[in-house]
Unconditional design. Structure first.
Length: 318
């Protein structure tokens, strides 16, 4: 089968043997795989991962011990946990201390004709959801994680910094719950694409006299963090959503003085992403996909995804 491989230096598309699913795993024929910011960071050295890239996919179960799932269209949670450490036992399997993460840590990814994942990780995709929508479930669920971490009443004021893929998804998730959500970005086209319901968009600098209760930092830059601190009310919350390969210098004194809670936020529960997609069919999440490339053009696809101002680029295997 063909697979997109990162060898620690460069990306190539190679012919490698089809994976054999270990017990409890399913063999999945991949239909589409998304390129996300994390993949671009890996190629820049984040996590030191080598192997088949990719963790966002939609595919068809080709072979598994669960006959009901065979032939069905699925998406998959990317963290493969051990099931017996303290985190697993306490309902925090995504933080399992022995975890492998598809295409990120110790486990081959989904940018290939086939991939394997434990049956427990799979979610069947409802008929109503198209392949192009399903491939966006992983990042949408990651955005939904904010709602797991911060309890919101509905009357809070929220600001999302960063009009990249993840920033827009976070803004949509918050706008599903809150009346007052503003997305701040630097690209007119992206902000226009992000328009949905009552979500407000602002280009460049957000000036407000009334500070926000919740800020989502999705720019991944030191200036983004500084802006988040300046926009956050005392005892408010800042959620950090980007993983960046380079370290940044930040001044934490205002965080202490204003008693701001800073939360890291990573993957989410796919059930939340699926629920959001089914609740809001008008979201048309696939509008974030700017281009689809065949698997063997993955090098061009990565180059495209890394250009500034580009939203989602997807690989297609069919
Ligand atoms: Zn991702
Ligand atoms: Zn564990």
């Amino acid at each position: 089968m063909q697979a997109v491989i990162f060898d620690g230096r460069q990306i190539t598309v190679n012919d490698i043997p089809k994976p054999e699913p270990p017990p409890g795993f399913a063999l999945i024929r991949v239909l589409k795989a998304g390129i996300c910011g994390t993949d671009l960071e890996i190629v820049n050295g984040y996590k030191g991962f080598k192997g088949v890239l990719g963790h966002e996919f939609c595919g068809i179960v080709e072979q598994s011990d669960n006959s009901e799932l065979n032939g069905k269209r699925v998406v998959g949670e990317i963290n493969v946990s051990c099931g017996h450490c303290n985190f697993c036992k306490n309902n925090m399997a995504r933080h399992c201390s022995n975890r492998q993460v598809m295409g990120i840590l110790g486990l081959n990814g989904c940018m290939a004709d086939y991939c394997v994942l434990p049956l427990l990780n799979l979610h069947q995709v409802p008929e109503k959801i198209t392949d192009r929508q399903a491939v966006m479930l992983e990042p949408l669920s990651a955005a939904c994680e904010i709602l797991e971490q911060v309890s919101l009443q509905g009357n809070e004021k929220a600001v999302v910094l960063g009009d990249g893929r993840l920033g827009i998804l976070c803004a949509w998730v918050l706008a599903g719950l809150l009346e007052d959500v503003t997305l701040v970005g630097h690209h007119q086209e992206k902000l226009e694409k992000a328009e949905w319901r009552h979500l407000k968009t602002v280009i460049n600098k957000f000036n407000t006299s009334e500070k926000a209760d919740l800020i989502v930092e999705a720019t991944g830059s030191a200036s983004g963090f500084r802006e988040a601190v300046s926009l956050c009310r005392p005892r408010g919350t800042i959620v950090l959503k980007s993983t960046v390969s380079s370290s940044i210098r930040i001044d934490l004194a205002p965080v202490v003085v204003n008693e701001i809670a800073v939360l890291g936020s990573r993957c989410g529960d796919f059930n939340d992403g699926l629920r959001m997609m089914l609740t809001y069919p008008d979201l048309k999440i696939e509008r974030l996909i700017e281009a689809e490339y065949p698997l063997n053009s993955a090098v061009d696809a990565f180059r495209h995804a890394a250009e500034t101002g580009v939203l989602k680029v997807v690989l297609k295997m069919d």
